[in-house]
Design a protein around this ligand. Structure first.
Ligand code: GLN
Length: 506
């Protein structure tokens, strides 16, 4: 039953053909049988899951259940979970049980979703391959010699391997969309400010945004529906008072029900996307995409056209500057955010030291991995006196230009389509020795975060080695319902999203 759509699972729960306890038991059994090969989970909370499932069954019995009540779910280990280990993939937090729930975790508990565990991730969400975790790399369920993508690779692999139907992730520069693409599932990163960052361990606060993984766009919409909303504890929560004048002028800040466009019956069922203008950025198709990804992306775009969409060429002239801008801004914010891990209040503390300064140095040297240290060094450098104007301020200016490019493109189209990743999943260890190669893999995703836009990735076929290819759809601010409906109509007409990797259960 956990392989069915959320709608079907919810209907079965109401018809009492399955119980929440049975679903949780199935999910836990799948994790037992499969996770030895994948390493998607850092923590499995069997007792907590069964208790939550029993509570969900009680709600179902009394008729107070919502669409997610009783559905098994996994949280990326970046979200604080009260009383449950929250490691952020780091030795620094390897023994940290959070004293409170992240806002998202609380909302999903209230919705009655049943958390079965916490998923593996790149350390502090820094990475594109899920190899920088203190708890070992996660492997791609389609080919366990390949990476699942990062940094929410544990969540993506858990959904792809059918261990859970839905999972949460975070996307600072692509960490929901990339692993969704490489693992052959659907993942959405909403408009910056729609999902509260409270209790989501900070990497780069002006870019970090919670997101949703599922097998289909419709299931993503149901999950995201329960995650979004005003939170006074997050000063950039968009329903609150935005500091940015521009954002305050944007009307209709209530995202509403994200399934509303999906539920609407199209006038012409053969052309459900009639009237939708899809922009194809010239720069995305110029070079960089491997031939197999290109073929799948082209075929998916042709399908969108058959569904009634019209295609227009657009330009994002500053897109090539997104990687350098991002890899200045993100480390700058990270170097500041990660200063709180000092061995004093929580986290790893060196066993032996001579004085306070030595304790800081040793604790941080031992607690952080190589990639995190690299980012702290780069971030500290670009923020230092004498380099601030040359790097940090310059990057902020590029950020504005990139956002303006998108604004100009959205004057000509409703959504933008292109690849999510330049290639299909690569081999474990293939890029770990060359960080710049790793960063270049983010070429299609980081600009979206710099602009704060919503974007999703959905399965669009297979490339070299039979590995999944993702198509990326980027929307204008608060355009989630439309984005999800476009992907949903594609998924009504194709079956890529229903394909599952062949895994031998242990
Ligand atoms: N790969 C990017 C980075 O390493 C994005 C990570 C993310 O979105 N969390 O920063």
């Amino acid at each position: 039953m956990i392989d069915s759509s959320l709608k079907d699972i919810a209907a079965a729960l109401r018809a009492k053909t399955v119980s929440a306890v049975e679903l949780a038991t199935d999910s836990l059994a799948r994790i037992k049988a499969r996770d030895g090969q994948i390493n998607a989970f850092v923590t499995v909370d069997e007792a907590g899951a069964l208790a939550a499932a029993r509570a969900a069954d009680a709600r179902l019995a009394e008729g107070s259940a919502g669409p997610l009540t009783g559905i098994p779910l996994a949280h990326k280990d970046v979200f604080c979970t009260e009383g449950v280990l929250t490691t952020c993939g780091s030795k620094m937090l390897a023994n940290f049980a959070a004293p409170y729930d992240a806002h998202v975790v609380r909302l999903l508990k209230q919705a009655g979703a049943v958390m079965v565990g916490k998923t593996n991730m790149d350390e502090f969400a820094m990475g594109s391959s899920n190899e920088s975790s203190h708890f070992g790399a996660t492997r791609n369920p389609w080919d366990t010699t390949k990476v699942p993508g990062g940094s929410s690779g544990g969540s993506a692999a858990a959904v792809a391997a059918r261990m859970v139907p839905i999972a949460t992730g975070t996307d600072t520069g692509g960490s929901v969309r990339q692993p969704a693409a490489l693992c052959g599932i659907t993942g959405i990163k909403p408009t910056y400010g729609t999902v509260s960052r409270f209790g989501m361990i900070a990497y780069a606060s002006s870019l970090d945004q919670g997101g949703a993984f599922a097998r289909s766009a419709e299931d993503c919409a149901l999950l995201l529906n329960a995650m979004i909303g005003l939170d006074e504890k997050d000063s950039t929560s968009f329903l609150g008072t935005s500091l940015d004048e521009k954002m305050r002028e944007i009307p209709n800040r209530d995202l509403g029900d994200l399934t509303r466009e999906i539920s609407r019956v199209p006038e012409d069922p053969a052309r459900p996307l009639a009237g939708l203008r899809i922009g194809l950025p010239r720069e995305f198709f110029a070079e960089g995409m491997s031939a197999d990804v290109r073929a799948a992306v082209d075929a998916a775009i042709a399908e969108y056209r058959r569904l009634g969409a019209t295609l227009v060429e657009v330009s994002l002239p500053n897109a090539r500057l997104a990687i350098p801008a991002y890899y200045v801004i993100a480390p700058a914010e990270a170097s500041s955010n990660l200063s709180r891990f000092d061995g004093v209040r929580y986290g790893h503390r060196a066993a032996e030291y001579t004085d306070l300064n030595d304790m800081y140095c040793k604790s941080r040297a031992e607690g952080f991995g190589a990639e995190v240290k690299r980012r702290i060094l780069v971030g500290t450098y670009v923020l230092s006196h004498g380099y601030y104007d040359a790097y940090y301020i310059k990057a902020q200016k590029l950020r504005r230009l990139i956002a303006q490019d998108f604004a100009a493109a959205f004057a000509q189209c409703d959504i933008i389509a292109g690849p999510t990743n330049p290639t299909v999943a690569y081999g474990l260890g293939e890029k770990t020795s060359d960080p710049v190669q790793m960063y270049l893999g983010d070429i299609y995703t980081v600009a979206v975060n710099l602009a704060g836009l919503p974007a999703l990735s959905h399965p669009a076929g297979f490339g070299a080695g039979g590995l999944p290819v993702g198509l990326q759809l980027i929307g204008n601010y608060f355009g989630e319902a439309r984005l999800l409906n476009a992907a949903h109509q594609f998924q009504q007409a194709t079956d890529w999203h229903t394909r599952a990797p062949a895994l031998q259960d242990a």
